[in-house]
Write a new protein. Structure first.
Length: 237
């Protein structure tokens, strides 16, 4: 069930494809926001000021979830380093057990879940479900691949870490003591700029309901990712 080398190397594009398919292959279905609005407040009619307010609130909650994903990914990248997080090659030469890795073994993959829920709200009802389900399934495949490599390279130390720290759902308290590894915040924020911009794009939609403004900020997010990948390739070359 673990991901292939091809899937790992192209994980960004595969996850992007899940979002693309979720947004564009379910256009005949009712929007996720409209469905939630009808479920939460069936008495509010579409097109009314009350409906617009509730729509803004729900999109704002989605933006907060993506902000949470960006914060979790940045926290993890501060300890794991951006060059490792975004490298096409798999790294299993060292075990990182500091920062968020004291609470959950895969904080960056876990962050994909609130991101999928938050951004998926902008899709249709079935598109939202598709985005969440495919992201969840795919990150587990990636996790299984990385775990197999770490078990082979780190041996009993990694097995002990697995026994103490949950795989996907974070513990409320740290499960292992800090190893004293120092975070590097600047490179972490730079590496996760694209997720911060995605969350900002959804927040702009919540505040203005302006789809064009949201699309522009999203575009800046993709440009930021390409800049990050170019820097990673230059550093590992």
């Amino acid at each position: 069930m673990q991901a292939t080398k091809f899937e790992f190397e192209r994980r960004f594009w595969i996850i992007s494809a899940f979002f693309f398919l979720g947004f564009f292959l379910f256009q005949s279905d009712v929007g996720a926001i409209a469905a939630l609005r009808h479920f939460l407040a069936p008495g509010i009619l579409p097109g009314t000021p009350q409906a617009a307010t509730l729509t803004r609130i729900m999109i704002g909650i989605g933006a907060l979830l993506v902000f949470l994903a960006a914060a979790l990914r940045t926290w993890g990248a501060a300890y794991l380093r951006t060059d490792v997080v975004h490298d096409r090659d798999q790294h299993s030469e060292a075990l990182v057990a500091d920062g968020p890795f004291r609470y959950v073994r895969n904080p960056l993959y876990f962050a994909n879940l609130p991101m999928a829920v938050g951004l998926g709200l902008l899709a249709s009802r079935w598109g939202w479900i598709f985005i969440i389900a495919t992201n969840w399934f795919f990150v587990y495949r990636l996790i299984f691949r990385e775990e197999a490599a770490l078990r082979e390279s780190q041996g009993e130390s990694y097995r002990a870490y697995c026994r103490a720290v949950p795989r996907f759902w974070p513990a409320l308290t740290p499960r292992v003591p800090s190893a004293g590894r120092l975070p590097h915040w600047g490179q972490a924020f730079a590496g996760e700029t694209f997720i911060w911009l995605f969350s900002l794009a959804e927040l702009c939609l919540a505040l203005t309901l302006n789809l064009r403004l949201m699309a522009i900020v999203f575009a800046f997010g993709f440009v930021a990712h390409f800049i990050v990948m170019a820097r990673v390739r230059r550093n590992v070359a």
